[in-house]
Design a protein around this ligand. Structure first.
Ligand code: 15L
Length: 262
């Protein structure tokens, strides 16, 4: 594909999803430049720096075709910490990418941007155009990141894709995850689609596998070319036997954000 990005800057490369993508993305033909505030195991070339380090960020962008921005505090934290890492850090990342002329940014948003949305009574999959409804300062920072992605698309013409990632893990580990699971293989497929699929402006997609009990609608992800292969259903019988079904008044069942809404 002519427009397939080759050199991809991967921020948060030492994190859980970053570690998985470092293994899986090269098979799709990408060269990765890794960036993290912590050393990245097995990657001596990785750039170890903070997002607040403007010089390091500018150097990281040199020759880059696209950015996959994962670096963030991955859950709830004091507002000051979220502000520095997730909000200011994401702004600095977008601004450095714009200054370097990077065409596409794939932004790791989260389902917690819409976490206080009640699950539809009929169990229907929630679409991407549901209003933002953060469940935490963390979720709020993901709303900011999505809106920043929208601003940079409209104002600067950057192609931006926000991935509202569900529950990334090797296997689903909760009843909620039967609907929200994103397998490592599907995560790579999703990021590849986000790096190569047809994007005009800002696109929001949910990031889950092809779960029989899916909580979110995958049509915008599929429009990018995402073809998930995994389904949490194969774990359902065992998980339900171990953990039991969720009671209807349990926040893990009632709201999209699960325990983040407690
Ligand atoms: C997230 O955004 C978190 O980073 C992760 O730790 C999980 O809690 C996940 O959402 C989820 O909702 O399962």
């Amino acid at each position: 594909m002519a427009n397939r990005p080759r050199l991809v800057l991967l921020t948060g490369a030492a994190g859980r999803i970053g570690t998985s993508l470092r293994t899986s993305l090269p098979a799709y033909g990408y060269r990765l430049r890794c960036f993290d505030r912590l050393p990245v195991p097995g990657e001596p070339q990785a750039l170890t720096a903070d997002l607040q380090d403007a010089q390091a960020l500018a150097a990281a962008m040199e020759g880059v075709d696209a950015v996959v921005h994962l670096a963030a505090i991955p859950g709830e934290a004091p507002f000051a910490d979220i502000l520095a890492a997730n909000i200011d850090g994401t702004y600095r990342l977008f601004e450095a990418a714009r200054a370097a002329g990077v065409h596409r940014i794939v932004y790791a948003s989260s389902n917690h941007a819409v976490g206080f949305t009640e699950r539809p009574a009929d169990g229907a999959a929630v679409p991407v155009d549901t209003p933002q409804r953060p469940d935490t300062y963390y979720g709020l920072s993901k709303c900011f990141g999505e809106n920043l992605a929208s601003l940079y698309a409209d104002r600067h013409g950057t192609q931006t894709v926000s991935l509202r990632i569900g529950s990334f893990s090797d296997e689903p580990r909760s009843i909620r995850a039967l609907g929200t699971w994103l397998s490592p293989g599907d995560c790579a497929r999703l990021v590849h689609a986000a790096l190569t699929g047809p994007v005009s402006g800002h696109t929001v997609v949910y990031g889950i596998s092809a779960n029989t009990r899916a909580w979110w609608d995958l049509s915008t992800a599929r429009a990018l070319g995402y073809q998930p292969q995994d389904d949490a259903e194969q774990y359902a019988q065992q998980l339900i036997a171990e953990l039991g079904e969720l009671p209807a008044d349990d926040p893990e069942y009632r709201y999209l954000g699960g325990r983040f809404t407690r």
